[in-house]
Design a protein around this ligand. Structure first.
Ligand code: PLP
Length: 433
């Protein structure tokens, strides 16, 4: 697999380079040079395959000769010991549940696969790396779980003190082993600035092999295409392509869906659905992309004002707005509508959606009203509702909602974090000690 930079197409990289660098040196994004097609035979019998068999086939097609088939199989087995089931909640409305992984959010797919891929490359070169990651909540948990106990890799997670939920903080601070948590007296932006500065520091880069687990890493995008294939397989009996409704922030998830379609997956249409941070739905409507500062909402993992994957998303269509619009429709909803959707679905069916999932639900319902002929819909459920307990209990008017054992067990574990200031000198001293 060869990749190019969206900014300078002549700037190429191997998969290994792209995975360890995350970003090309010109600050573009890595995109596959060629997008190969899956075989017709694979799509014909896909409903008989397990998730990991599908993941193997798609990876093998995409990665080409970079990694032997036996090793691709190992990477897939190491990454995915959880499923992505499709559950029907209403007529023509199915939920693709992406929250059965260790941190109970869809980011587990990307983080686990990236960890397995990095450890494959490191085993060959006998190197050790230090991953630095700043998190505002969900990413840190997935990365911590993804890299926990992976040989050759140690992880340092920086999070803003007092600004992540209790469950999120416990997901970052209770693993131990090769995962260290730094509680920074500052904001998420301060955490991100510390990480950036570490990468620029000559002494640190000489002493350590620093790497990032950034959300735009191509190794996080690739595995997110697998569950679109899996959803197709699970719904193939319906005999018609489905509409995917994707609750979006940085648009990695939707970009992975486009990758799956480019590889040959039959898809009727994609819905790009956001909260009040609606720069992409606005772009779809009028062709203008105008990044804005983000606003806070109850679906806070999607509070993004300048989505980092926007360039990738349009590149799949050669940056032609007319073509983008043919495959993707945009919708956005506010917090009041989101709470109403959570309540309405719970009252009618007993199914509990997290606020991000509810945004996708609203998008699907609106699209189905506008296009009754293309009405089989799958909405991507990006997190388990229990990760957002306060919002869910508030919206549903229910106290003491059941929390899965995996999350409640965390709350009783002791937090282990090192407190540091937001000054780079302190962070550097910590790394060097
Ligand atoms: C990260 C996240 C999103 C947004 O996904 P993108 O790929 O950034 O668009 C949506 N929901 C949840 C729960 C998330 O953690």
């Amino acid at each position: 697999m060869r990749l190019y930079s969206t900014k300078t197409p002549s700037l190429k990289a191997t998969l290994e380079e792209a995975v360890f660098r995350s970003l090309p040196p010109d600050n573009g994004l890595y995109m596959p040079e060629v997008i190969p097609q899956v075989s017709a035979a694979f799509l014909q019998q896909i409903e008989q395959l397990t998730f990991n068999e599908i993941a193997f086939e798609v990876s093998k097609t995409l990665l080409g000769d970079d990694i032997s088939q036996a090793d691709v199989r190992k990477i897939v087995e190491q990454a995915f010991d959880f499923e992505a089931p499709v559950v029907q909640i209403e007529e023509n409305t199915h939920v693709l549940e992406l929250f059965h992984g260790p941190s109970m959010a869809f980011k587990d797919f990307g983080a686990r696969f990236m960890a397995a891929l990095m450890s494959h490359f490191l085993a060959q070169s006998q190197q050790e790396i230090q991953i630095l990651v700043a998190t505002s909540g969900d990413t840190g948990g997935a990365v911590a779980q993804g890299f926990f106990n992976v040989p050759g890799i140690s992880v340092t997670i920086l999070y803003p003190s007092g600004k992540v939920s209790d469950i999120q903080e416990k997901q970052l601070t209770t693993l131990g082993g090769n995962v260290r948590a730094l509680e920074v007296a500052g904001t998420f932006d301060d955490c991100q600035a510390l990480v950036k500065q570490a990468f620029l520091d000559p002494e640190l880069s000489q002493k350590f092999n620093l790497a990032s687990a950034n959300s735009i890493n191509i190794a996080r995008l690739i595995p997110q295409s697998f569950y679109y294939f899996s959803a197709y397989a699970q719904l193939k009996y319906l005999g018609q392509p489905v509409v995917f409704s994707v609750p979006s922030g940085n648009f990695g998830n939707l970009s992975a869906g486009l990758l799956a379609k480019k590889m040959g997956l039959p898809v009727a249409h994609f819905l790009a659905v956001t909260n009040r941070n609606h720069v992409v739905p606005s772009y779809l409507k009028n062709g203008e992309y105008l990044p804005k500062p983000s606003v806070e909402t109850i679906s806070n993992a999607m509070d993004v004002g300048n989505p980092s994957n926007f360039v990738r998303l349009t590149r799949f269509f050669c940056d032609d707005w007319q073509q983008v619009k043919q495959d993707i429709s945009g919708f956005w909803f506010d917090d009041t509508q989101t709470r109403q959707a959570m309540t309405q679905v719970f009252d009618a069916t007993g199914y509990i959606m997290c606020p991000h999932t509810a945004v996708a639900y609203l998008g699907l319902k609106e699209y189905q009203t506008l296009h009754p002929q293309k009405n089989t819909g799958v909405l991507l459920s990006t997190a388990h509702y229990a990760k957002f307990l306060d919002v869910v209990e508030g919206a549903l008017g229910v106290e003491e909602i059941e929390v899965p054992q995996r999350l409640s067990a965390l709350l009783s574990k002791p937090k282990v974090a090192t407190q540091i200031s937001k000054h780079f000198a302190d962070f550097k001293a910590f790394l060097l000690q």
